[in-house]
Design a protein around this ligand. Structure first.
Ligand code: ZN
Length: 155
């Protein structure tokens, strides 16, 4: 018990660190695609701009507001995809969604901080918070733009 408590504390610290000092937040880039995402259940919003050059994410910036989980996850996502190819970024989206389904952190390169969100999998309402930025990224990369919502009822 004591050990899992320590791990939870560590994870909480990582999440709060990204929330308080979000990476790639509000930076100016020459974006080639962007998308907006909303999670109406919690009131989270993210807007993601990506500078895709020759299939590589050369720059990424996000803005938005919402709960600590949604904003920390957006920060971690940008850190992960920057410098990777669009295909790798989309595989990251898949790995993240898989982590939210299984409650197990994938052992892939660059997911160290992201693994701190693994505990969110136990709370379906918070999964929507954590997934928002990743879904929005997929919208920007795979669809070239537009908007997504975690309120999937209409689809
Ligand atoms: Zn939220």
């Amino acid at each position: 018990m004591a050990e899992s408590g320590l791990l939870e504390d560590l994870y909480r610290e990582i999440i709060l660190d990204h929330y308080r000092q979000p990476r790639n937040h509000g930076v100016t880039i020459e974006s080639t695609c962007s998308a907006e995402g909303a999670n109406p259940l919690c009131g989270d919003q993210v807007c993601i701009d990506v500078a895709l050059v020759d299939g590589l994410v050369e720059g990424i910036s996000f803005s938005g507001h919402g709960c600590s989980i949604s904003q920390a996850s957006a920060s971690m996502m940008t850190e992960y995809v920057k410098g990777r190819t669009a295909a790798e970024a989309l595989r990251g989206v898949e790995a993240f969604q898989q982590m939210m389904l299984t409650g197990e952190a994938p052992e892939i390169d660059g997911f160290d901080d992201i693994a701190s969100l693994v505990g969110v999998a136990k709370f379906p309402a918070r999964v929507k918070c954590a997934s928002l930025a990743w879904k929005t990224l997929a919208q920007a990369l795979a669809e070239g733009g537009g908007s997504v919502t975690t309120d999937d009822g209409s689809r």
